[in-house]
Ligand binder design. Structure first.
Ligand code: PMP
Ligand code: GLU
Length: 391
């Protein structure tokens, strides 16, 4: 009888991922031979480094193809602990680290072990598509803090304070941000940290775009700003963006021992360990010099500058120059089109794919990804210009 209800109430409330759906639609059109320019992709357009591939091949040949400890192999966790120390000033013991199947998985696990049904996550908007859905999967509530272009899409300490109440359990912070590219400075993070400490809420700090940061800025990890905030922070990172390893599915987190232990239990009974082969590949990636990420970052900065110079000349669009990640979040308010209509028409009429801002909580915006080559970017910008002129 119970099968009549079929799907759980939990899953019925969840929206599909627009970023994944539109990216695959654009790829499908390309495969059919259509001359699509895709500004949809949320992954670097360079290949995974050879040393990483070789480490994975060696792992296969040596028979490293069995279960590993659930939370990751000791040498990878050691390399992650060293990375946190070196790059982020974060001292995590290996027992405070969990390796998971992508940063997405790390964030989901964190929310799952922290959020009760009656509790809320604070999410600055625009937000990455998966945060609210993950909180909903945990049957928790979400409180958005709407940010504005005038404030570079960043929350202010006063806004944060205003949104915290008895049910608030945690804040999800993403710097550099997807989709806006905003980057929080050390001072801004200090002010946010002070509030989280005084109000006793956790911070889930998604630092996946750490290595893609422009204009000589330095990424700061909020958990490094003192013992009190360290004890409240779960720092999430991964290899997807820094080493162009999106398909390998390796992410990781560091955090307070009890939370990390709970995440270990959750993984024990859900995914078990992330793929053994990919863990060896991740270890090789973490042992590489930073030159790979730096070269990629310099290329992204060039593309950002080019796109900005083109958008500056377009009348019906405005944007805030991103300080990191590989997206430009543009306002299309002047066109009077909602973001889905805009994106649909741009794809149908000009064969250019962008992600509608509605999926990120901002229906007057679109997201342009510049994780695609310069020639494609030029072509896409020409088409966007033409499209806007005829609107
Ligand atoms: N956080 C943000 C903000 C992202 O854009 C992504 C991209 N997928 C992720 C987390 C997850 O990355 P992955 O699961 O590939 O490590
Ligand atoms: N994070 C990327 C994006 O925003 C990849 C797709 C996804 O996992 O959502 O496009």
């Amino acid at each position: 009888m119970r099968i009549d209800t079929r799907l759980s109430e939990r899953i019925k409330k969840i929206n599909p991922s627009a970023t994944l759906a539109i990216t695959s639609k654009a790829n499908k059109l390309k495969a059919e031979g259509k001359d699509v320019v895709s500004f949809a992709a949320g992954e670097p357009d360079v290949d995974t480094p050879d040393v990483v591939k070789e480490a994975a091949i060696a792992a296969i040949h040596s028979g490293f193809t069995k279960y590993t400890p659930t939370t990751g192999i000791p040498d990878l966790k050691k390399a992650i602990a060293e990375k946190f120390k070196r790059d982020n000033g974060l001292a995590y013991e290996t027992s405070q680290i969990v390796v998971s199947c992508g940063a997405k998985h790390s964030i989901f696990n964190t929310l799952f072990v922290l959020l009760n049904r009656s509790e809320e996550a604070i999410i600055p908007a625009p937000f990455w598509v998966s945060y609210p859905e993950m909180a909903h999967l945990c049957e928790a509530g979400v409180k958005f803090i709407k940010t504005t272009p005038e404030n570079n899409f960043k929350i202010t300490p006063a806004e944060l304070e205003r949104h915290i109440h008895a049910k608030t359990k945690l804040l999800i912070l993403n710097s550099p941000s997807n989709p806006t590219g905003c980057v929080y400075s050390k001072e801004e993070l200090q002010a946010i940290a002070a509030i989280c400490v005084s109000q006793k809420i956790f911070v889930v700090s998604d630092e996946i775009y750490e290595k893609i940061i422009f204009d000589g800025q330095k990424h700061v990890s909020i958990g490094s700003l003192g013992k009190e905030i360290y004890d409240l922070t779960i720092t999430v990172n991964g290899l997807s963006k820094s080493h162009s390893m999106t398909g390998w599915r390796i992410g990781y987190l560091g955090g307070p021992a009890d939370i990390v232990e709970a995440i270990g239990k959750l993984q024990d009974h859900s995914t078990s360990n992330p793929t053994s082969i990919a863990q060896k590949a991740a270890l090789a990636a973490l042992q590489m010099p930073d030159a790979f990420s730096q070269t990629m970052c310099a290329e992204f900065e060039k593309r950002r500058n080019y796109i900005a110079s083109r958008l500056d000349k377009m009348k019906k669009i405005s944007y805030v120059k991103p300080q990191g990640a590989f997206y430009i979040f543009c306002s299309i308010a002047k066109t009077k089109l909602d973001s889905f209509t805009f994106a649909q028409r741009l794809l149908d009429e000009m064969l250019v794919a962008v992600i509608p801002g509605q999926s990120f909580g901002a229906d007057t915006c679109i997201r342009i990804s510049f994780a695609t080559g310069m020639q494609q970017i030029e072509k896409g910008m020409n088409r966007l210009d033409e499209f806007l002129k005829k609107l």
